[in-house]
Design a protein around this ligand. Sequence first.
Ligand SMILES: C[S@@+](CC[C@H](N)C(=O)[O-])C[C@H]1O[C@@H](n2cnc3c(N)ncnc32)[C@H](O)[C@@H]1O
Length: 294
Amino acid sequence: MRARPKILDFPPPRMEGDWWKDRILCGNALDILRAMPAASVHLAITSPPYNVGLDYDRHDDRRPYEEYLRWLAPFWAELKRVLVSGGRFALNVAPTSIKDFRPIHYDMAAQLRGLGFLMRTEILWYKQTMRRRTAWGSFRRPSNPHIVPSWEYVLVFSKDSWVLPGDKANADITGEEFIAFSDGFWPISPEKRGRQPFLDGLYPSRRGRKNPKKKKEGHPAPFPEELIYRLVKFYSWRGNVVLDPFGGTGTVAAVAARTGRHYVHLDLSKKYCEIAAARLGGGVSRRDGSPLAS
Ligand SMILES: C[S@@+](CC[C@H](N)C(=O)[O-])C[C@H]1O[C@@H](n2cnc3c(N)ncnc32)[C@H](O)[C@@H]1O
C-alpha cells in the first residue's frame, strides 16, 4: 500500500528540485502553476468549475459569464507554459443549462486555440443521463421543446506538435484498449456525489447505518475513473507527468499513480485535498474493490 502523501500548502517553505512532483498541492492553481517550471508536464486533464452554481467548498461557482471566461484565461496560458512540447491537454466541459443554453465548450476551445494550442479532437462522453430527465420544455409540442444534454465533451489539445516522444517500452495500452478508446464515443456513467467507493473508507458506516457525512462531505462533481483511465492510457507514456489543476477528489492523481505515471494535484480546498490524499494513500479502493494505488 502506498504511503498517504503529505499535503503541501502553497507556498511551501522550500521550492527546490521537483517540489511539485507526486504532490497534493493545496492553494490557488494559478499561483502554483506560475511557480512550476516550464515544460514539466506531459498530460494535463481537468474539468474546471462550470459556473453553474455548484456548492464547492471554497469556490464561488456563480459569476457573470464574461467574467468567468476572463478568470479562466490565465489558467490556460500557464497550462500551456508547463506542458512539454507535444504535451496534451484534455479538457472536460459541457454546454451549460437547458433553457439558457451556453456553449462554453465553443468559448473555451476558442480561448485555447487563440493561445496557439493545436486542437486534436473532441471525445463525446455519453453519460446516459436521459433516464433522469425532467425538463421537457413544451412536451409533445414544437413551440419550445428542450434538448436535454445526456453527454459532455472532452476537448483534446496539443502544444506545438502532434507528437509526444517516448520510449516504446513505456507504451502500456493494449491493442484491445486502443481500438476501443480510439472510437470517440465513450459511454461511461457519471460519478455521483457521495457515491465514490473510496468515501466508504473515509466515512465508514456506523452500526450498520450509512454515515451521513459521506454525501455531505463528498465532492459535487467528481470524475468517473474510467474516463480518466482512458485519457491517461491513450495520451501518455508510462513514467510521464500528469497534472490536474482543478483536482477535486484526486481522480486524475489516483489513476495516474495506479498506471505508473507521476501526478500533480492542485486544488483550492483543503477538504478536497484531504480526500485526495486519503484516496492516494491506498487505504481506499476502486469500484472493483482493488486498492487504488497498487
Ligand atoms: C469540477 S471540480 C473537479 C473535480 C475533479 N475532477 C474530481 O474528480 O474530483 C473543480 C474543482 O476546482 C477547484 N477550484 C476552483 N477554483 C480553484 C482555484 N483557483 N485553484 C485550484 N482549484 C480550484 C474546486 O475546489 C473544485 O474541486
